[in-house]
Design a protein around this ligand. Structure first.
Ligand code: DX5
Ligand code: ZN
Length: 216
């Protein structure tokens, strides 16, 4: 089973973002994770299309863009044009999720749906066949450095079962409070991609932590 790592630049040093991107380029990371926040869907504002556009010029890993925004349909094209390889929209922000997923795919990029901690995995039963990835929030979205929500392990196991029944290659990504302890249990529960922000960028040697997560 794929075991991938996606450092979240939400916790990077924005005074030296190019340096942190270069560290990720040279590390064992598989994706670069971007936490886009609009201050409406989540109680925080982070960054948007211009940052993705600039990072795309120097990135040597796929851009994994997590849209914590309302009305994501309005921003699929701009983020696809800016260089996103994977676009994640929140289930809770989409009135017509099937249409949104088809719109993402129409730009030739991977479609992913995110569930907040309170949203059951079963909500994806009738769209799982169309998804390249499901992102499970293991914290309430909006901030890095929060405490991991233990119920996430159960959701990972449930989602792994749903995907196995569906017989698809859909990846399971988990985001929030990921460290060596939670990461190991997440991989064991069937997760494929670990998003880590503060655990990576708060470390003395971020590249070493990325390798450590890969080897869990
Ligand atoms: C939403 C963000 C954070 C971030 C990871 O809150 O999606 O979860 O990516 O934050 P850490 O790894 O610092 O918990
Ligand atoms: Zn995220």
């Amino acid at each position: 089973m794929k075991r991938l790592v996606a450092p979240s630049i939400l916790s990077a040093d924005f005074n030296y973002l190019g340096k942190d991107i270069e560290m990720i380029n040279q590390s064992e990371a598989d994706y670069i994770h971007f936490d886009v926040m609009d201050g409406v869907f989540v109680p925080n504002i982070s960054f948007g299309v211009p940052v993705i556009k600039h990072v795309k010029k120097i990135a040597r890993k796929p851009l994994d863009v997590h849209l914590m925004i309302v009305n994501p349909d309005h921003f699929i094209e701009p983020f696809a044009e800016a260089g996103a390889s994977i676009l994640t929209v929140h289930y809770e922000a989409c009135t017509h999720l099937n249409r949104t997923v088809q719109l993402i795919k129409s730009f030739g990029i991977k479609a992913s749906v995110c569930l907040n901690p309170h949203t059951p995995v079963a909500a994806l039963e009738d769209i799982i066949h169309d998804l390249d990835m499901v992102l499970l929030m293991s914290v309430n979205p909006g901030f890095g450095g929060q405490k991991f929500i233990e119920n996430t392990y159960k959701k990972v196991r449930q989602l792994r079962g749903m995907i196995d029944v569906a017989g698809t290659e859909c990846l399971i990504e988990v985001d929030g409070g990921v460290n060596y302890k939670t990461g190991k249990r997440l991989f064991e529960a069937g997760a494929n991609v670990l998003v880590a922000g503060s655990f990576v960028f708060g470390a003395e040697n971020p590249s070493e932590v990325i390798s450590g997560l890969k080897q869990l």
